[in-house]
Write a protein that binds this ligand. Structure first.
Ligand code: PLP
Length: 365
């Protein structure tokens, strides 16, 4: 096997190796058809089978009930920032939890369509934690409540859903932790996720939404921007992102083979635990997220002597540990360790950090 670098990228991100092997073969010949997956008509039998299989796997893996539609859209999660309020806000009020840059971008788009009530915010604490229920105040009857389940940049993650008043539709940007752990889909009106972290390649956005909620959406919108269009036509109103849908199916098959979402959660807890345990005893490095809010997907940390960080990233890259530079808006380091990231890579990173720390004794203030 050719050499593969440990890829800590926050997205597009590492995919399971067996999936990459199968995708390589399918690019040449999908399921014995003599035509590659990139070349098949989206209306043909072979792709129809792929679409049906991928949707069925989303339902099995995620425990998605029949009450919810499964949609494969384009435009990234960022398009959902406006598509959600465009469909459901209509001049009313929606509640948003402000837990980082991606929440803020969603909030900015929502303001174009109505009033945003900030139900909670960790901005004053530089987004280092997830607000508690006591720090949250919902408006009286919002059109929906929106939160970002994992904050890719700050390395914080909700351990369970926020709880707006009964009957308020819950909307979630789960771009960076969907299917990293079990999820009770029935609690949500709409979940969206750009695929390029835990699910597949960039270019496809998975939306899982309650059908009756989608029907409530505005009708005076361009056809493509109404969710009901895609629900009624099973993501086939126009040419869907065929390759991405195929790869998501393969990734989900891999998740099933690993033992499903409970096994993913266990794996992800073990991987993140190794890194956080190291950070907690280190004299040189410090985790940036508050302990009760730590993400299992993106582990963010800094050197106490920040002047060492550039050198650390350069040395890590030279050792085959790629993508550790923190987001440009916050600096520091970030190890993104999504579902497919191997535990050996986490151990390799900790070994490297240990060594780096030993060779920089005295630089921990
Ligand atoms: C939590 C979250 N939401 C939204 C986005 C934006 O996704 P996209 O680039 O697919 O529009 C990202 C990208 O990293 C993200 O991490």
């Amino acid at each position: 096997m050719s050499h593969r670098t440990y890829n800590f990228s926050s997205g597009p991100a590492v995919l399971p190796e067996p999936v990459l092997r199968r995708v390589q073969a399918a690019i040449w010949d999908l399921d014995g058809t003599g035509i590659g997956v990139l070349e098949h008509s989206h209306r043909g039998k072979a792709f129809t089978a792929v679409l049906e299989r991928t949707e069925a796997l989303v339902r099995t893996v995620g425990g998605v009930p029949d009450s919810h539609a499964v949609l494969f859209l384009q435009g990234g999660a960022a398009s959902q920032f406006y598509q959600v309020p465009m469909n459901f806000l209509a001049g009313g009020t929606a509640d948003y939890c402000n837990t980082g840059v991606w929440s803020q971008k969603a909030i900015a788009e929502a303001r174009r369509f109505g009033t945003v009530h900030i139900a909670c915010s960790s901005e004053a604490a530089r987004f280092a934690h997830i607000p508690s229920a006591a720090e949250t105040s919902w408006s009286s009857s919002p059109a929906y409540a929106h939160f970002t389940s994992n904050n890719t940049i700050y390395g914080t993650e909700w351990t369970h859903e926020p709880a707006p008043p009964a009957g308020v539709p819950l909307v979630c940007d789960a771009s960076s932790d969907l299917f990293s752990r079990p999820i009770d889909v029935a609690r949500y009106a709409l979940i969206y996720a750009g695929a390029q972290k835990n699910l597949g390649p960039a270019g496809v956005t998975l939306v899982i939404a309650r059908r009756d909620f989608l029907e409530r959406g505005a009708r005076d919108l361009p056809t493509m921007l109404q969710y009901r269009t895609h629900a009624a036509e099973s993501s086939m109103h126009n040419t869907p992102p065929t390759f991405g849908i195929y790869v998501i199916g393969e990734v989900l098959e891999w998740i099933v083979a690993q033992g499903g979402l409970p096994a993913m959660a266990e794996r992800n807890r073990a991987k993140a635990g190794i890194l956080y345990d190291f950070l907690d005893q280190s004299a040189l490095f410090v985790g940036t997220a508050r302990a009760d809010s730590r993400s299992l997907m993106n582990v963010t940390f800094r050197a106490r002597d920040q002047a060492l960080e550039a050198e650390l990233v350069t040395q890590a890259t030279a050792r085959g540990l790629d993508g550790l530079k923190g987001h440009r808006s916050v600096g520091g380091m970030r190890a993104s360790i999504y579902n497919a990231f191997p535990i050996q890579g986490v151990r390799a990173l900790v070994d490297f950090l240990h060594q780096f720390e030993r060779s920089h004794r005295g630089r921990s203030e």
